[in-house]
Design a protein around this ligand. Structure first.
Ligand code: PDD
Length: 278
């Protein structure tokens, strides 16, 4: 596999970052994961604009234009023969003497690599996934796609130990989002509900695309926070992310959602999302 680091394509095994890198020492960095289908980037413009937004929030100067980034991403897709998968990109504040305060002249570190998946033959999408709920232990700026992911790592581990594929995080009685996905439900009245954008959640690129598709498809949509009880009483529950597209949720904390089978709106949105990307 080939990776790209600070201007050069190198074998992934030879891609090296200093132990003094601020991403390693302070989690002083941001990232993006962009899906690839049929060898093409999906929702690239949304991911690049969120990347810029995250960079601005951390005060990182982005060293390349969006066109340059996309060109590298496309080259990685070709070199690694990615038909279905993702491109991972990480920008950190670079390597310098350990000091909480950044020095203005430290060049940033930028790394990109690819991962292969099989979106089109997904047993999880066919069967649906289980989620478990837990309290949201993250910081107060979850709208920034920061590499500071310890709370998510712990949440995923707790979910796996409970036999679930995702953790839904709860704050003040309301679901914020999944550890690595946006949380959505369909009420008994048929309304697709998800939390509005704020500093409490990451503005999901897949969620933005799905929202537009649902609206075009005549689905009633509503942006508001929902509780776990509401999700348990819902007609459907689902999650969205670049690495899962739309995934039906069939159980929450071991209790079935509706009849415990993937719901029609989740299945339809997944199909529409894949069609729009191809
Ligand atoms: N995670 N919320 C959180 C906390 C996330 O980490 C992600 C994505 C999402 C969904 O965003 P998008 O639709 O733009 O992928 C929501 C990526 C996939 C990851 O960390 O691997």
């Amino acid at each position: 596999r080939i990776a790209w680091i600070d201007g050069a394509f190198v074998p992934l095994a030879d891609a090296r970052v200093s132990v003094m890198d601020r991403g390693f020492l302070f989690a002083d960095g941001i990232y993006e994961v962009t899906a690839v289908l049929d060898g093409k980037l999906i929702d690239s413009a949304r991911h690049l604009s969120r990347l810029q937004r995250s960079a601005d929030a951390l005060g990182l100067t982005f060293p390349y234009t969006s066109e340059q980034i996309e060109a590298v991403e496309r080259e990685l897709i070709v070199r690694n023969q990615i038909d279905q998968g993702s491109v991972y990109l990480q920008l950190t504040a670079g390597a310098a003497e350990r000091d909480f305060l950044r020095k203005a002249d430290t060049p940033p570190t930028l790394v990109m690599f690819t991962q292969a998946y099989d979106y089109l033959n997904s047993p999880a999408a066919e069967k649906g996934v289980a989620v478990v709920t837990m309290s949201d232990l993250r910081w107060a700026r979850r709208d920034i796609k920061s590499v500071m992911l310890l709370a998510q790592v712990l949440a995923k581990r707790a979910a796996a130990e409970a036999g679930a594929q995702e953790a839904w995080m709860v704050e003040d009685g309301f679901v914020t989002e999944g550890a690595s996905s946006t949380a959505l439900i369909v009420t008994q009245a048929g309304t697709l509900v998800t939390r509005p954008y704020s500093q409490t959640v990451l503005p999901g690129c897949t969620r933005a695309a799905i929202w537009a598709l649902a609206e075009q498809d005549g689905v009633t949509i509503e942006e508001r926070a929902f509780t776990v009880d509401e999700a348990l009483a819902a007609r459907e529950a689902m999650l969205t992310s670049a690495t899962t597209f739309v995934m039906p949720i069939v159980s929450i904390d071991g209790r079935p959602v509706a009849d415990g089978k993937p719901g029609p709106i989740a299945r339809r949105l997944r199909q529409l999302y894949i069609e729009a990307a191809r």
